[in-house]
Design a protein. Structure first.
Length: 334
């Protein structure tokens, strides 16, 4: 779970306001977010590797180098359950569309599908030959995509738990995998400096995006509308790409990210923001259009590896590394 570039990237202990008609013409109408800390969630005993809100907005799932997934009430921060079963640290966790199932990706080379309400392990997905680093359900939630330090991407059938396709995707560890809004495409990123778009149906690589100097790509995801890709590179940079045109549209800087695979997000419930953790222990929020930093959230005592935006409320969850081990929930009026 070491989420560090040379070794492993996710920690160091293991071998990872509603818009008026006016604000349509002028992005956010000069409004800035005012996130404040509402809850600090304590319980994990090692670095937090991922935090994800369920699609229904009710729950927050967190994964950790401590080999557990924890489920919390998203609104009051109350601990609901701890899920155990992995033999090594966990680098990622994701929810199914109906908020009933969770998939986790572990250094034990497996993924596990869990029933969120009971913590029961439904399936163990075996096939990767090295740490599994990232995972996501498709919107229909009949497939799971995973990326690994074995440099491959696998697509899994949720019902059977079997690997239905293996893509020899990259020439270095795969740092992120994500389906687009209709599940027809997968985007992946890797330390090899490439972002690749894949056809889910046939496994063909449709496009490769890269910068001239090819810094390691530490995170990638599709925008909610599926038109853009947000990519993080280990040169303290986030970029918004129009992937059909293979054109970089926006660059977001000011944060620190040179070592870890830090999650980044689109916040669209109020103003349109880009949200990302940072190695200076802060969370950075940019205006998506103007690229200006509109807020920095202070409170964590270590690298903020992960953050997530609530599906309906102006709410952010964040998680930090070993010297902190907490999850924080923040809320804003805008």
């Amino acid at each position: 779970l070491n989420k560090m570039a040379e070794q492993k990237p996710r920690d160091q202990s293991a071998p990872r306001s509603s818009s008026s008609s006016k604000s349509r013409s002028r992005p956010n109408d000069g409004v800035k977010p005012n996130y404040t800390l509402k809850h600090t969630l304590v319980g994990h005993t090692k670095a937090i590797s991922a935090v994800k809100f369920s699609q229904n907005g009710q729950w927050l799932a967190s994964s950790s180098a401590d080999k557990t997934v924890r489920i919390w009430n998203a609104y009051d921060g109350k601990h609901e359950r701890t899920i155990t079963g992995h033999k090594q640290g966990i680098s990622d966790v994701a929810w199914s569309q109906d908020s009933k199932y969770i998939v986790s990706a572990s250094d034990d080379k497996t993924l596990k599908i869990w029933e969120a309400a009971t913590g029961k392990c439904m399936k163990t997905l075996k096939g990767h030959t090295n740490y599994v680093f990232c995972c996501n359900f498709n919107p229909q939630s009949n497939f799971i995509v995973s990326g690994s330090f074995d440099e491959s991407i696998r697509i899994w059938d949720v019902k059977t738990g079997k690997s239905i396709r293996t893509l020899p995707a990259h020439s270095d560890p795969v740092s992120a995998v994500h389906f687009n809004r209709d599940g027809t495409l997968i985007v992946s990123s890797s330390y090899d400096g490439n972002v690749r778009i894949w056809d889910t149906a046939n496994g063909q690589c449709l496009k490769t995006l890269m910068d001239e100097d090819k810094p390691p790509v530490s995170f990638v995801k599709f925008s909610p509308n599926g038109k853009y890709i947000l990519a993080a590179t280990l040169d303290n940079t986030l970029k918004l790409w129009d992937y059909e045109k293979a054109k970089c549209l926006k660059v977001y800087t000011g944060h620190k990210n040179e070592m870890y695979c830090i999650f980044a997000n689109f916040s669209v419930t109020g103003g349109k923001w880009i949200v990302c953790g940072s190695e200076d222990h802060m969370i950075y929020i940019w205006n998506l259009q103007t690229k200006e930093i509109v807020q920095k959230l202070e409170g964590h005592k270590d690298v903020v590896l992960c953050c997530a935006c609530h599906p309906t409320e102006n709410m952010i969850a964040s998680g930090a590394l070993e010297n902190d081990k907490t999850i924080k929930i923040w809320k804003s009026d805008h």
